[in-house]
Design a protein around this ligand. Sequence first.
Ligand code: R5P
Length: 312
Amino acid sequence: MKILAGNSNLPLARAIADYLDLPLTDASVRRFADDEIFVEIHENVRGEDVFVVQSTSAPANDHLMELLICIDALRRASAARITAVTPYFGYARQDRKPGPRTPISAKLVANLITEAGADRVLAVDLHAGQIQGFFDIPTDNLYAAPVMAADILSRGKVEDLMVVSPDVGGVVRARALAKRLAENVPLAIVDKRRDKPGSSEVMNIIGDVTGRECILIDDIIDSGGTLCNAAAALMEAGAASVTAYLTHGVLSGKAVERVSNSALKELVITDSIQPTEATLACDRIRVLPIAALMGEAIRRIADESSVSSLFD
Ligand code: R5P
């Protein structure tokens, strides 16, 4: 088995390799003067089971192209099996046509990864489970929920908790987290209406959050609008506190500043996307590592053993 890292999240790739007690594959991913990407693998990979770790986070197009070129280099070097490991799978929110004459870019990206030569895909908390079906190669979708649940349980009393989905689409994810915390942890839903992409408006809270320590759960924080508006609405509705758990800290634009000035007690993200310095410097944001989860899944894929039992 070999682990090859793109440039998008080297600390996570190194941590995964450490978990597996392997060195990272000796390779260079660099740029020509005109910005074209060039990949060179400096060791033999013929017949190897190779895992390419690359989040397609910002700059999404560059990181995606790096991933495709790494896969192409491995295929031409006769790797036996290539797994595209995308801790954060970008373009996932473009998973359907929002209107006429618009693309389904998540499907296009799935096609590109497959055509480049990937034999399988390993992702974490895909924005929509059905994106697995966009690939005609095996796709494992890991959940950060066990890591989050362990963190929540280590920090407070379960009796006061209420798990909250920031929108109707996230209810299944919220219910799954609630079940992991304990029997009968109540759920609430924020009925979010979004007028146009990039803006969000909270309309209603479904459920009584009075006096509750609310745990908001979502897959992505991008501009932070969804989350910060939801936190404000929950506090207004009488919640005792609001802590948010998000898998992918996209945190674009002024999101970190928005979180700092929000009603959130704390924002907990994973390192599926490499945190920026601003994120690490923000005392309201904490990063949970997922290298062990990903490393264990990779070990099981390589051993041909069960990945789903990781979540039992
Ligand atoms: C939407 O369906 C996603 O699950 C997130 O809620 C959304 O992408 C967050 O975006 P933002 O932070 O820009 O509100």
